[in-house]
Design a protein around this ligand. Structure first.
Ligand code: GAR
Length: 203
């Protein structure tokens, strides 16, 4: 089994990044985070990366004319870092084929809902407002659509009577921290096969 070299793209607090770093350090995830890139200079994910001794970069959309030019810069940095896998972790931008073509079948995302329900932003609030009784989270391969790629793992989270959107989001986040490193481990172990929309997991 080959250790993954993961480049993480993050826009926010970076708790999923932290879960990946922690499991990689603990040896339960055969991986090393080689670079963390953010589109937001004040993202706490950058602080977490620095504290873990991981190289960071900020690439701000305002410095690029198009999404493709932006992603070309991201690809360059990822390639320089030696990354072979890209993990989107609370990364609030849609990636273009420029990035996907550079890392075919190696770009993953975590989404805080049971896809295909509630894609896009504020998925936990969307689910809560809709009144579903069960929501959860999804790790999927990224394609050019919005949260639409083949699903690797999902974890259900019941919606409680006294939940607000934020209490639901907090319980979903706990599950994200479990299934994201697990999906990456399955990838590292070569256990994932994509057949059309289905991702088959060998034991
Ligand atoms: C997570 O809940 C993640 O699933 C979500 O942003 C949060 C980031 O938290 N991502 C999306 O909504 C992407 N559509 P984190 O920065 O603490 O990992």
């Amino acid at each position: 089994m080959q250790k993954l070299k993961i480049g993480v793209l993050a826009s926010g607090s970076g708790s999923n990044l932290q879960a990946i770093i922690d499991e990689a350090r603990a040896g339960t995830l055969p991986a090393e985070v080689v670079l963390v890139i953010s589109d937001k200079p004040d993202a706490y994910a950058l602080t977490r990366a620095e504290e873990a001794g991981i190289i960071t970069a900020v690439v701000e959309p305002k410095d690029f004319a198009t999404r493709e030019e932006y992603d070309a810069k991201i690809v360059k940095l990822l390639q320089l870092s030696g990354a072979d896998t890209v993990a989107l972790a609370g990364y609030l931008r849609i990636v273009t084929p420029t990035l996907l073509d550079a890392f075919p079948g190696r770009v993953l995302n975590i989404h805080p809902a049971l896809l295909p329900a509630f894609p896009g932003l504020h998925a936990q609030r969307q689910a809560w407002e809709h009144g579903v009784k069960v929501s959860g989270c999804t790790v999927h391969f990224v394609d050019a659509g919005l949260d639409s790629g083949p699903i690797i793992l999902q974890a259900p989270v019941p919606v409680l009577e006294d939940d607000e959107a934020d209490t639901l989001a907090a319980r979903i986040l706990e599950q994200e921290h479990i299934i994201y490193p697990l999906a990456l481990r399955l990838l590292a172990e070569g256990k994932l096969t994509v057949k059309g929309r289905r991702v088959l997991i060998s034991d």
